[in-house]
Design a protein around this ligand. Structure first.
Ligand code: NAD
Ligand code: ZN
Length: 360
């Protein structure tokens, strides 16, 4: 047995208002005046001077606003890299992602592709990246995905939705300022928060579970329960707690895996463009047989927060479309193996997956 040796985020700053220290954090990392910092910022903040006026810009530093309406694509990463190379004299000093999982993943992928030849799609998979990425910083503005700690950046490519999993993917620096979460809309807060909850359930109930993952997973699960089931937290407390839940949930799956909900939600995402948070919720709602306790809690949280999930999103699909989703889901073998053990193929047939998708 050989154990995997994982990198972790080497530097993190935590605290309400810590975003104000960004200038001090970045200054020592500037290579020279021709090597700018590029800020990839969710365009939801475009006219929000409360946030943007505090982004420290000097020399040729630049903000690129990006919509999070769609999840990151390999072609989008390639276009951004080209734009950055063509519009600057030198390679950037750093890439800073400000936003949710979408922007964090874009920042990771762009920083990798600035130092590696070819196209982003060539690196979807495990340990294919050859060169160290450019210095990259993650600043979450919504919490739950764990993208701020993870070793992957999830991209939709021409043939598949798959992460660039590598030792060079994790951020060099993360800034955890819970104040940045203050305007997240209620539904989105729930969907992205549930991504964290589902990470915990899938990790803790999985066959890959071990003490490393369990300790992080249990901590994250207990924080999620506080945030989504109790009434006595201030908004500051729930923002801070969900931020740390996301961190621990992400750490939990470093050494384990996600499971059925993620496998099936990747299918929805690939075919229908359903976003990760809401997609996981739509799937998880129907997974009592796999995660009875988790789904029961999920339904309690859903009703407590008055969230109504879309119904019937698969009702008009053709057989060919079902096949596409099923292919994407079944391709994620480690997720199924984690969820159900080595003999997962005995129970997870195409027919079984179709019968689940039809309900959604
Ligand atoms: P997101 O980044 O897609 O954003 C969701 C919505 O919230 C967007 O409309 C965005 O504009 C808005 N938003 C973000 N911050 C806001 C704020 N402070 N105020 C108001 N609105 C705000 O959401 P997400 O759920 O964090 O990320 C989903 C993405 O993360 C998917 O692409 C998924 O594949 C990826 N993901 C990555 C990992 C990983 O380990 N790399 C893990 C899980 C998910
Ligand atoms: Zn997830």
């Amino acid at each position: 047995m050989s154990y995997k040796n994982f990198p972790m985020v080497p530097r993190v700053i935590f605290g309400r208002g810590s975003f104000n220290q960004l200038s001090d954090i970045l200054a020592p990392k500037r290579l020279n005046i021709n090597a700018p910092f590029i800020f990839l910022v969710d365009d939801v903040f475009k006219s929000n001077s409360w946030l943007t006026s505090r982004i420290p810009l000097s020399y040729d530093d630049k903000i690129i606003y990006i919509s999070a309406a769609e999840e990151p694509k390999t072609s989008q990463v390639d276009d951004l890299v080209e734009e950055i190379i063509l519009s600057n004299k030198e390679r950037p000093s750093g890439i800073i992602g400000i936003g949710g999982g979408t922007l964090l993943d874009l920042a990771k992928a762009v920083s990798i592709m600035l130092t590696n030849e070819g196209e982003a799609k060539d690196y979807q998979g495990w340990d294919l990246v050859k060169n160290k990425a450019i210095y990259h910083v993650g600043i979450p503005t919504i919490s739950g995905t764990g993208a701020e700690v993870s070793r992957t950046t999830v991209l939709t490519g021409p043939t598949r939705k798959l992460g660039i999993n590598s030792d060079y993917t994790p951020f060099d620096q993360v800034v955890l300022d819970s104040e940045l979460l203050k305007d997240v809309p209620n539904d989105q807060w729930f969907y992205t928060g549930m991504d964290c909850f589902i990470h915990c359930v899938e990790s803790l109930q999985g066959t890959y579970i071990n003490t490393f993952s369990q300790s992080y997973g249990e901590m994250a699960l207990s924080l999620c329960k506080e945030v989504f089931l109790e009434d006595n937290l201030t908004s500051k407390e729930s923002q801070e707690k969900l931020m740390m839940a996301s961190w621990h949930g992400g750490m939990s799956i470093v050494y384990s895996q996600v499971g059925v909900a993620h496998a099936m939600s990747y299918g929805l995402s690939y075919l229908l463009g359903t976003k990760h948070g809401i997609g996981n919720c739509i799937v998880f709602d129907h997974l009592e047989e796999f995660y009875p306790e988790g789904v029961k809690l999920f339904k309690q949280m859903k009703s407590k927060h008055n969230v109504v999930l879309p119904q019937g999103i698969c009702s008009k699909l053709s057989d060919k479309e079902f096949d596409t989703m099923i292919d994407i889901a079944l391709d994620l073998e480690p997720l199924w193996e984690n969820a159900l053990g080595k003999n997962w193929k005995k129970t997870i047939t195409r027919k079984k997956l179709k019968s689940l998708y039809i309900k959604m």
